[in-house]
Write a protein that binds this ligand. Structure first.
Ligand code: ZN
Length: 462
């Protein structure tokens, strides 16, 4: 039996985003897999950049070859928009088989219910954004700016442009009928020799509790259901529409004082101490102290939650090189709830299944989740990745404005996780911005690492 050489190429996007080409080669043929392709910022030069990448892919795999398998892990721009930026180039490159997660299956009743629920909440959030955008002055500006900081502005556009379009494009472009994958599926590479490379699907989980839980520690986990979020958003909207909604005030109405209203004796705040308090309260100088609309900042929390929820819908694939048993793990942006569910995956083939401990122990390549953020790699599972050859690729670029120019920068990669990854891989980490990281003991196998203007690449010999 001939052994397989695997090349894992991470394209350098110069911002946050995933774009991977994985090639499995034996003596007779190559098999090319693309996993995600997207840009966070979708700037004017994005089409040019992605067309260049597709051109490079075509040169790499050969002029007459097309992509054998294309995977899009979840519906975020930074994983999918590239398929639209270079749509024509991808069409002429050709895709044999496209796979998406069960959540993208428009005929799956559970997927439909979740999509509807999500859609409703998103619409409400869009409404709120519309209302806040029309409001002027101190607090509205604060909410506006923090909303736009926390959530990709494009999320609010009703055409939900690039990601939605990319999903539709991928559903129709493959030469074979699209496949939707669920946890527990074990399949050979579609169209490749049997029993050479198997794909084990770990996530996204089918149970909604795991799907909605994104925080790593029990204490921090977000148990609020989308349903509750939806009610809470209604409440916020009511206050915005009507000006007041008694049920949202912490104190009984009779204790309430209005700075510009007269009391029942027609005196404007006869009581001296109240006067003083209000004078100070409405003084521009002390604007920062005002709490009138503080509760509105929870809109940001909802928005963040929804964003994290989408990350949690990531399709998680473990590629098993059958001969050697080595495993390559691609987790998209899966968050804690998705990771936790891997313990209880209902494997559909008893002869081919691996338990989690075994699978993680055989993992020699880890595509780090969510650009290295703190809640997209959980400790108990990372602890199981004990292979001496472990290598990690992090699709992170510190020049991304989310990291370099926010008031509160996104911590990517998160400090403690990064430290642990360095230890576990003995420094064999590559990033989009730094290539091979500098670390005292990093000893990549000779000839296994390649850096190019457009990508970094790691070669595994089985
Ligand atoms: Zn991402």
């Amino acid at each position: 039996m001939s052994n397989i050489t695997t090349n894992i190429r991470m394209y350098k996007l110069e911002e946050l985003g995933d774009c991977f080409l994985v090639t499995f080669s034996d003596d007779s043929k190559d098999y090319n897999v693309m996993i995600d392709c997207g840009s966070y910022w979708n700037r004017n030069d994005s089409p040019k950049k992605f067309k260049r990448i597709v051109k490079n892919i075509q040169e790499t795999i050969g002029n007459n070859a097309s992509l054998d398998l294309v995977v899009a892990t979840h519906q975020h721009n930074d994983h999918m928009s590239g398929f639209m930026h270079a749509k024509n180039a991808f069409t002429s490159l050709g895709m044999e088989q496209v796979v998406l997660s069960w959540l993208d299956d428009e005929t799956d009743p559970e997927a439909i219910a979740i999509a509807e629920e999500h859609g409703k909440v998103m619409n409400k959030l869009r409404n709120i954004k519309g209302i806040i955008d029309k409001k002027k002055g101190g607090f509205a500006e604060t909410v506006k700016s923090s909303l736009s900081q926390l959530v990709d502005e494009r999320t609010f556009k009703t055409d939900n442009s690039l990601t939605g379009q990319a999903t539709q494009f991928l559903k129709s472009v493959g030469k074979q009928p699209i496949k939707y994958l669920s946890p527990g599926d074990i399949l050979d590479l579609p169209g490749y020799d049997k029993d050479k490379v198997r794909i084990h699907i770990l996530g996204p989980p089918k149970d909604s509790k795991s799907l909605k839980s994104k925080n790593p520690r029990k204490k921090e986990s977000f148990h609020t259901r989308l349903h509750d979020l939806s009610i809470a958003i209604d409440d916020i909207k009511e206050v915005l529409d009507t000006g007041h909604a008694d049920k949202h005030f912490p104190f009984n109405k009779k204790y309430r004082q209005y700075p510009h209203k007269k009391d029942k004796n027609d005196k404007v705040f006869s009581h001296q101490s109240t006067k003083t308090i209000f004078k100070e309260y409405i003084d521009k100088k002390y604007d920062w102290k005002r709490i009138d609309h503080d509760w509105l900042s929870s809109v940001n929390r909802f928005a963040l939650h929804l964003n994290g929820y989408t990350n949690n819908t990531s399709l998680v694939l473990a590629f098993e090189l059958v001969e050697s048993g080595k495993v390559l793990l691609f987790v998209g942006d899966a968050q804690a709830g998705n990771w936790r569910s891997w313990e209880t995956v209902p494997w559909k083939d008893d002869n081919k299944k691996m338990n989690l401990e075994e699978m993680m122990g055989k993992t020699v390549f880890y595509k780090v989740g969510h650009h290295g953020s703190h809640n997209a790699t959980i400790k108990p599972t990372l602890d199981l990745m004990t292979h001496k050859d472990l290598v990690a690729f992090i699709p992170v670029d510190k020049r991304d404005p989310n990291i370099s120019s926010r008031k509160i920068p996104w911590k990517m990669p998160a400090k403690n996780l990064y430290k642990e990854l360095k230890k576990k891989t003995k420094g064999r980490i590559a990033r989009m911005d730094e290539g091979k990281i500098k670390y005292s003991s990093n000893n990549w196998p000779r000839g296994s690492f390649k850096e190019h203007e457009l990508y970094v690449e790691y070669r595994i010999k089985e």
